[in-house]
Design a protein around this ligand. Structure first.
Ligand code: GLP
Length: 237
């Protein structure tokens, strides 16, 4: 695991965009898994600004709430579409979804796992850090071999996700997430961390040791994981 400290959110966006662009130069049909949340938005906007050609990239949705339709403001597919897919011109056929309104979530997770295997695993994972150290919605405790599955969200996640949606829309209590096994199997992982509110949890991730109680701590066991963090998240030297 390597730490790439950057000064600002803008620099974080540019560094992350550089690494995504590099993955696509190396392999135009790269398989990427891309987080929603606020942290990667700058990087996605930067890729759109550069008019990055997404080539034949395949993009996997990282997570999604259960029981939410595509036109619901809480749909994480909708979020990914607005932030990344539409601005870059990534076609629906290039995207592997976790369909949030599926009547059969277990089958949906199995289908997703099969699609990831079919793609030969992921070339790049672009992730954010949950307030409790979760990756995707792999809530503590999540072991490194956790599969893609239905999860019940923790009180911390419910609280932090509350800020994303209008008050009339409660945060769904259940979600689907790409499993730790798939995430840690990605050939390269970028964990983007920004802002003072992530400082304490980032410190715990950097200090280790790896534990299911802090899923992001398993990045320390990965051979090409990068944590790109801005000064606000890292705190004083
Ligand atoms: C959310 C999502 C994650 C996201 C993380 C951080 O709960 N499940 O996929 O990466 O928390 O979100 P943010 O970037 O808004 O801090």
């Amino acid at each position: 695991m390597r730490l790439l400290p950057v000064a600002t959110e803008g620099e974080l966006a540019r560094e992350a965009a550089d690494l995504v662009a590099q993955a696509l130069r190396r392999r135009p049909d790269a398989a990427l898994v891309c987080a929603t949340g606020r942290t990667p938005l700058g990087a996605y906007a930067e890729l759109a600004r550069r008019r990055l050609d997404p080539g034949r990239a395949r993009v996997f949705q990282l997570d999604g709430y259960l029981g939410v339709a595509d036109d619901d403001p809480r749909s994480l597919y909708g979020w990914l579409d607005r932030a990344l897919l539409a601005p870059l011109g990534i076609a629906p056929g290039q995207v592997v979804r976790l369909r949030e309104d599926t009547p059969e979530p277990e089958a949906e997770c199995a289908r997703y796992e099969a699609a990831a295997a079919q793609a030969g695993g992921w070339d790049l994972a672009v992730l954010g850090l949950g307030p409790n150290g979760h990756l995707g919605f792999n809530e503590p405790p999540s072991p490194p071999d956790a599969p893609t599955r239905v999860v019940t969200l923790s009180p911390e996640s419910l609280r932090s996700n509350r800020a994303y949606f209008p008050p009339a829309y409660p945060v769904p209590e259940r979600a689907m997430t790409a499993g730790m096994r798939l995430i840690l199997g990605a050939r390269r992982i970028l964990l983007l961390v920004s802002g003072e509110r992530k400082r304490a949890i980032l410190r715990r991730v950097l200090d280790g040791p790896p534990t299911p109680w802090l899923p992001a701590s398993y990045l320390a066991t990965h051979r090409d994981a990068w944590i790109i963090a801005d000064r606000a998240a890292l705190g004083p030297e």
